[in-house]
Ligand binder design. Structure first.
Ligand code: HEC
Length: 219
């Protein structure tokens, strides 16, 4: 039997060479993707914020700025826009103070297991509203910040006494959160809302539009 009559598809060396090339290519692609992702997910600095350099995950001092959520026609979803400086709990926070407050908020969210009911950045449960963009929820203003002067004070008040301000059929239990922990949690929520999540959670703008149109703000 003449060898040259055999099809290339039956050649063992062809498949061996193909496997080597595919493995090599995939390895290079994965290394490149890893470095690309590291760049995308590393946290920005306070200097980035001051220089108005847009980072996917801004520095903790983003709590010193107003955060908006605007439709980007180019990207087809909303993106966080970091605006003018605004006081947070009545002051501007230094990088060290802001990082410590955010850290307290993260630890509290873990200790009180918010994820058991809520979703944060795609992780958690769907029993209660998604918290990824909760800071931007127009409902806080509509509810008059529960009698407090600012949004941050209003959310802190809600977190310490959720049973007093229930606005949904499902109620959030009182988790015994202290005033300091509540401040940290609000910083955590504000920072999270400033993260560019490629438009997730998807339903957010729709519920906000319904709300603006006079409907009830249902999660
Ligand atoms: C046992 C379940 C449960 C746990 C645990 C829980 N929540 Fe809630 N939470 C709810 C429910 C239910 C609601 C909706 C009720 C309401 O708004 O009155 C809610 C509402 C909220 C809201 C208002 C969201 C909005 O946009 O209207 C915030 C903010 C919030 N929770 C933060 C937290 C944080 C932070 C933690 C962790 C420290 C936490 N929750 C833990 C059940 C829970």
């Amino acid at each position: 039997m003449a060898r040259e009559n055999l099809s290339v598809w039956t050649s063992i060396s062809f498949w061996r060479r193909s496997a080597a090339w595919v493995t090599g290519f995939a390895t290079i692609l994965l290394i490149w993707l890893t470095f690309d992702t590291m760049g995308q997910i590393s946290m920005g600095t306070d200097t980035d914020l001051q220089k108005r350099i847009t980072r996917r995950i801004p520095a903790p001092t983003v709590i010193n700025y107003h955060i908006d959520y605007k439709m980007s026609e180019k990207r087809g979803h909303e993106v966080p826009i970091i605006g003018k400086e605004e006081p947070f709990f009545g002051k501007q926070w230094t990088p060290k103070e802001a990082a410590a407050l955010l850290h307290l908020g993260k630890l509290t969210s873990q200790a009180k297991n918010c994820m058991n009911c809520h979703t944060l950045l795609g992780n958690g449960a769907y029993y209660a509203p998604d918290l990824t963009k909760a800071w931007l929820d127009p409902n806080w203003k509509a509810l008059g910040y529960f009698g407090k002067k600012t949004k941050e004070e209003g959310i802190a008040e809600f977190l310490q006494h959720p049973e007093k301000y229930a606005s949904h059929n499902r109620k959030m239990p009182n988790l015994g959160i202290t005033a300091e922990e509540a401040k940290g949690l609000v910083a955590f929520l504000k920072h999270m809302s400033s993260i560019d999540t490629n438009g997730f959670p998807r339903g957010f703008s729709k519920t906000v539009d319904q709300f603006k149109a006079g409907g009830t703000y249902a999660h």
